[in-house]
Write a protein that binds this ligand. Structure first.
Ligand SMILES: NC(=O)c1ccc[n+]([C@@H]2O[C@H](COP(=O)([O-])OP(=O)(O)OC[C@H]3O[C@@H](n4cnc5c(N)ncnc54)[C@H](OP(=O)(O)O)[C@@H]3O)[C@@H](O)[C@H]2O)c1
Length: 376
């Protein structure tokens, strides 16, 4: 059946269709429907074109104005006869001025303090730097070896070493006293229970009053008291944390201001391989020494800008009375687990501490140095 449309009345589809092809006759619309989709959206395309055109024109205009401004400013400069090009402005010449008076030199901008690099502290000769050193727990095996590393340091120049080593002692003092007698004027005993903030204050005040500075602090005092955690007395936990960790905290706090004032300082914390291996039976000791390493890293960041380095050493099995509690069989088994197949010597630990305390270690901070024959 043929339906006729009355003139002036639009078909239903034409009336309801909001498409942009609205104005096209139906046959043409069908044709367009089969063409590229772009043809079907002329309004949309037109909008995109104008959206991009206006920013592009604006950018071209700004570029033109910029180039024009530059060419105008160069026209004001005299022409260089040799090159035929405008010479540079006379005001650019160093020392040029107006009416014979030199122009004030532009203010030189100093980098803000936090952005300036910390200078290297390497002196001309490492051996010319005499240090004032405090070693805690200096009557113990490792403490004595460390003190000797300063007091008996071989010198390239032939001059005797001129360090001052303060030997921190608590209960035992006989071996430290003997060492001080061997090195009169260079080694002195000082009473220091590291768990007491008052003792720290008094000791550091005495050192400053005598030597006017303190360059190196070695937090060496410490002890262990091994138990399985299930049966560990609370006092054992607390005393091990106190001597190994809290003592070092009091020490760092007591010396760090003075070191900041002198813009030089070295702190070496004696941790342990137990902090990394954490053997059974040492939850207190391993926790204390691991805390000491974390404290070392954090404090290193706080003091880096003041020329103070803070490092930790982690000795493994070292030939000290601490090993006496091990049976001969246990020692053999321990050695077989060490890739170097031997225990370390106290002077090998002392050499590492001495190196980290010297001016040549000026770019090492926040480190933990294992001294363990490659066991870990
Ligand atoms: N020996 C090793 O194989 C080994 C391995 C890894 C780490 N370490 C660590 O190295 C350091 C020294 O070890 P070491 O073998 O030389 O031990 P050590 O011979 O037993 O000497 C420890 C020293 O620390 C002192 N001390 C302990 N608690 C103190 C406190 N509260 N205040 C002041 N002084 C205190 C002791 O003094 P008193 O005479 O008053 O008790 C002693 O002089 C320790 O921190 C230890 O944990 C040792």
């Amino acid at each position: 059946m043929i339906t006729r449309r009355r003139p002036g009345v639009k078909a239903d589809r034409e009336r309801s269709d909001p498409s942009p092809l609205m104005g096209y006759p139906t046959r043409q619309r069908r044709w367009i429907d089969h063409q590229s989709p772009a043809l079907q959206r002329p309004n949309h395309l037109r909008k995109n074109f104008f959206n991009q055109l206006i920013p592009n024109l604006l950018a071209m205009f700004l570029l033109f104005m910029h180039e024009w401004g530059r060419s105008q400013s160069r026209r004001l400069l005299p022409i260089d006869e040799r090159t035929g090009k405008p010479s540079s402005s006379p005001l650019d010449e160093p020392g040029a001025g107006v009416n014979g008076k030199p122009l004030p030199s532009p203010p030189t901008r100093r980098a803000p303090d936090h952005a300036r690099p910390v200078p290297s502290q390497l002196p001309d000769s490492f051996h010319h730097m005499n240090q004032v050193v405090l070693i805690t727990g200096a009557n113990g095996t490792l403490g004595l070896a460390m003190a000797r590393a300063w007091l008996e340091e071989p010198r390239q120049t032939g001059d005797p070493p001129n360090h001052r080593v303060w030997l921190g002692v608590r209960r035992g003092r006989d071996q430290a006293a003997a060492l001080a007698e061997e090195h009169p004027g260079h080694a002195r005993l000082i009473d220091l229970d590291v768990t007491s903030p008052d003792a720290w204050r008094a000791a550091v005040a005495t050192i400053h009053a005598t030597d006017q500075r303190l360059d190196v602090l070695v937090n060496n005092a410490g002890h262990h008291d091994d138990h399985l955690l299930a049966g560990m007395p609370a006092e054992s936990w607390q005393s091990v944390i106190d001597s190994n960790l809290t003592g070092a905290f009091h020490g760092c706090q007591s010396v760090v201001r003075g070191m900041m004032g002198q813009r030089f300082g070295r702190i070496v914390n004696v941790a342990s391989l137990s902090a990394l291996l954490a053997p059974a039976g040492q939850t207190n000791y391993a926790a204390a020494k691991a805390g000491l390493i974390a404290m070392t890293r954090s404090l290193a960041k706080e003091t880096a800008r003041a020329g103070i380095t803070v490092n930790a050493v982690c000795p493994g099995y070292i030939e000290t009375p601490a090993l006496d509690s091990m049976s001969a069989e246990g020692q053999r088994a321990a050695k077989s687990r060490i890739p170097m197949r031997r225990f370390g010597r106290p002077d090998e630990v002392a050499a590492a501490v001495r190196f980290l305390s010297g001016p040549t270690a000026s770019y090492i901070s926040g480190a933990e140095l294992k001294i363990d024959g490659a066991i870990y």
